[in-house]
Design a protein around this ligand. Structure first.
Ligand SMILES: *Cc1c(COP(=O)(O)O)cnc(C)c1O
Length: 811
């Protein structure tokens, strides 16, 4: 904890308004949505290309925060008694404070960088070294310019070892991270092509990454290192490698025969995939450097657990929403998980299931009151406490219902499905409590086919498109048809969190569902009709007016209801010939809108018919020109301003001149780029199922209805739990479609049935009943599936039926 006065000195800030300069600061904030300890928090108003933290000072103030670091003037009269520290650059000040805090400690610090595997190597080192050490580490994958500052800030006198990640995407960034981390040992996981965009070449990236290691005593990693470092411990097949690999036998465990300083050693790694083996070898070299014997290393490696840091959101029994974070229990990750829970606007009461905490050991009296405040701050109504420490030391106010269990087994023995009903439940436990068993008990398992939605990928795709927009261009995210099949309120919550400006739906019902889930963004309804005006108005939705018919109906409705200046959108026809006012109607529309007091035009838009098609670029330009003319007439008539928009996903990439005031982003958000390959999008939805049964058939036998799937040689056939009723098209039958099983593509054999489909897995090694099958997703693009049956990804994605359970992930 440092006083405001000290922090002002360290950051070289000007104390514009002193407030209480003796106030102790324990928490650094940059997101006003995540306030837990307002009294002891310092808010940094960070400025990025897209957002300005100064805009959220008011929000933080209302939540009780009284200390702020700013870089430009704010109306301080509104915040009497608060401390305001002014600096030229708020991010630099945050980093300077973190660097200064780091300098107060003298302990081994392992700095980890590389293109992939940073988080896994960090988590594994934590698993391997925790018997001897009190470790502080970056939460999750906090490795950015902000994340590193917040990670370093967690350093306390009781720590004996630090593990910090550093991630960079552009030249010049590492120096700033290095100043905060100041590693005594450096780890370089690898140099791949990931995040290449900001670098001239791999060499530049390597030298930039090397910056992290400038003050380190040793560097460890798979690549030969040519810096001027006193010590380098590498692994590899070249004879120069410190851990020189002679033989590798992949399996579980994978056996690595190697020589270390001329002595033969065998290393056993409990994973078989290449990435895990590589990460485990890097960890092995770190342990060798720290003086561990090969025997101890092998013992520890045997207990290594896969790292799944993803926050999972899924539907549980009894209408509950489950947030599965059963990988770790430390205070920072609890706060992150509670924020994630708050972000899910489920409207349900909040419950947590909590185990003992890793860091509570030495000072439970100091630690657990913090946990109690965090739970209170997140409006948790019910707490299920499991474990010796947490049940004894965590005391919660009487308003919270508390249940206590000595162990996970105890809980499971007494668990009854009626115990939880329509609650949002955060399941958060330290690894050895094995809370995944609790998650399994709370889940409903009716049908083993799921559509998995990766919310990080969604946010990533949004960012990719935003990078193409001119500053100030707004984004309307199209979430019609259950967000192109990906589920509605969960997707909309993430979009709201990432500050899109508008949401677009097709029908009023879809908008109502979003409002009921707590979405407060403005919502445009493209296809409203007279029967839906009541709900439109009740739920604050904004209809599209595309003809005089609907305009007059709506106006009459507003008149009767006595509502003035209702926000509406006007669609004009430029060539799609679907909905919209035609050019000849524009003069009378303009006159009408000029006079009416019932409507207030928020935006005028049109839809492009072929923005993805180079052969139609002439027509697209013509649509743009027609739109400009029609808009000009409306602009001349209306006494106020409105937004203009015409671009869909493909147009954002192919027709930047048509970005105008706003773009309507649809399919690209879900990870599909039509025609172009300019962005690095990530698949958002993965459709998975499982194998119900395997059969060995002889040549001549047939499979499925009407005997149209004929087996030509002795074959192994798998029955998969998906059919056309789930949205797996019958057109994929007879070998047209393929499914992804254990890394191979297996063709569909015979007719697709209503609930099941058979595939030929004769040539897929090691298939077993219960194995997972991927229908589309990362390894099998939805575009490919669409191509097989001559349709477009839109149809495949929206065709996944509602009986397929949606499961949401956030990393
Ligand atoms: C669906 C839709 C979009 C989004 O189109 P994508 O090709 O998915 O980006 C944009 N505008 C309107 C009017 C739409 O109906």
């Amino acid at each position: 904890m440092y006083s405001i006065a000290t922090i002002a000195e360290v950051t070289g800030a000007e104390l514009l308004q002193p407030g209480d300069t003796g106030r102790s600061i324990a928490h650094l904030l940059h997101d006003s949505r995540a306030v837990t300890f307002p009294d002891s928090s310092l808010f940094f108003a960070l400025q990025t290309a897209r957002s300005d933290g100064h805009r959220f000072i008011d929000d933080a103030w209302r939540k009780g925060v009284r200390a702020f670091v700013i870089s430009h003037e704010v109306d301080r009269n509104a915040f009497a008694g608060a401390s305001f520290l002014r600096v030229p650059d708020t991010l630099a000040a945050l980093q300077a404070l973190a660097a200064w805090h780091r300098a107060q400690f003298d302990l081994p610090v392992i700095g980890i960088t590389g293109s992939n595997g940073k988080t896994i190597v960090k988590e594994w080192l934590q698993q391997l070294l925790e018997p001897e050490h009190r470790i502080v580490r970056s939460p999750r994958s906090y490795n950015s310019q902000i994340g590193v500052a917040l990670s370093v800030w967690q350093l306390r006198p009781e720590h004996t070892l630090a593990l910090f990640e550093a991630g960079i995407s552009q030249p010049g960034e590492m120096e700033r991270l290095a100043r905060m981390i100041r590693p005594t040992v450096g780890v370089l996981t690898n140099i791949g092509s990931a995040h290449d965009e900001g670098f001239l070449d791999t060499e530049q990236k390597r030298s930039e990454k090397g910056r992290l290691f400038e003050g380190a005593r040793a560097v460890i990693g798979p690549e030969p290192w040519t810096g001027l470092l006193p010590q380098h411990i590498s692994w590899g097949v070249e004879s120069g490698a410190s851990l020189h690999m002679v033989r590798l036998e992949q399996g579980t465990p994978t056996l690595v025969q190697a020589e270390y300083r001329g002595v033969p050693v065998e290393i056993r790694i409990p994973f078989s995939d290449e990435a895990s083996v590589s990460n485990a070898l890097t960890c092995t070299c770190v342990l060798i450097y720290l003086g561990y014997s090969i025997d101890t290393i092998n013992e520890r490696l045997a207990g290594l657990q896969a790292v799944d840091m993803r926050l999972q959101l899924k539907h549980g029994a009894g209408g509950c929403t489950l947030i599965n974070d059963s990988y770790s229990a430390d205070f920072t990750s609890l706060q992150l998980a509670l924020n994630f829970m708050a972000q899910q606007q489920t409207g349900q009461p909040r419950t947590v299931i909590l185990s003992d905490f890793a860091e509570s050991g030495s000072a439970p009296d100091r630690f657990y009151p913090q946990v109690a405040r965090a739970l209170e701050g997140a409006a948790v109504g019910k707490a299920v406490l499991i474990g010796h420490d947490v049940t004894r030391h965590l005391s919660l106010p009487p308003s919270v219902e508390v249940q206590r269990y000595a162990s996970t087994e105890d809980f499971l023995e007494q668990y009854h499905p009626a115990q939880f009903h329509e609650e949002t439940i955060l399941v958060k436990g330290a690894r050895h409590f094995r809370f995944e068993r609790i998650v399994a008990a709370l889940e409903t398992r009716v049908h083993q086919t799921v559509l998995e939605i990766n919310l990080n990928a969604l946010a990533h795709n949004l960012k990719q498109y935003r990078a193409l927009l001119a500053p100030g261009t707004k984004v309307m995210a199209m979430v019609k048809a259950f967000s192109y099949g990906s589920g509605s309120s969960e997707v909309a919550s993430i979009l709201q969190f990432h500050h899109v400006d508008y949401l677009g739906v097709a029908y009023a019902d879809e908008g109502v569902a979003l409002r009921q889930a707590g979405i407060s963004l403005p919502i445009m309804v493209m296809n409203a009709d007279a029967s839906s005006f009541d709900v439109l108005v009740e739920w604050q939705l904004q209809p599209v007016l595309y003809s005089f018919g609907i305009l007059q109906d709506f106006e009459r409705y507003l008149q009767r209801a006595g509502l003035q200046a209702w926000p509406v959108h006007v669609e004009v026809e430029t060539g799609m010939n679907r909905l919209g006012f035609s050019s000849v109607e524009i003069p009378s529309l303009a006159r009408h809108l000029q006079q009416t007091g019932w409507l207030r035009v928020q935006s005028v838009f049109s839809h492009l018919a072929a923005s993805e098609d180079p052969a139609q670029d002439g027509f697209t330009d013509e649509q743009g020109a027609r739109f400009a003319t029609m808009v000009a007439a409306l602009e001349a008539a209306l006494p106020y301003r409105f937004l203009k928009h015409i671009s869909n996903s493909a147009a954002i990439i192919r027709h930047p001149a048509l970005q105008l005031d706003m773009v309507r982003l649809g399919i690209g958000l879900y990870g599909v780029e039509i025609e172009t390959k300019q962005l690095e999008l990530e698949a958002v939805a993965t459709l998975r199922s499982t194998i119900a049964q395997l059969k060995r058939l002889e040549a001549g036998e047939t499979v499925s209805y009407n005997r149209r799937g004929v087996v030509k040689e002795a074959s192994l056939i798998a029955t998969v739990r998906i059919g056309y009723a789930d949205g797996y098209s019958r057109r994929l039958g007879y070998g047209v479609g393929k499914m992804y099983v254990n890394g191979h593509l297996a063709p569909v054999i015979g007719t697709v049935c209503m609930d099941m489909t058979m595939i030929d897995v004769t040539h897929v090694p090691g298939v077993r009943e219960g194995d997972e099958v991927i229908l589309f997703g990362k390894p099998l693009p939805v575009q490919q599936l669409a191509d097989w049956i001559g349709t477009i990804p839109y149809e495949v994605m929206t065709g996944v039926s509602q009986r397929v359970k949606r499961v949401y992930f956030q990393e």
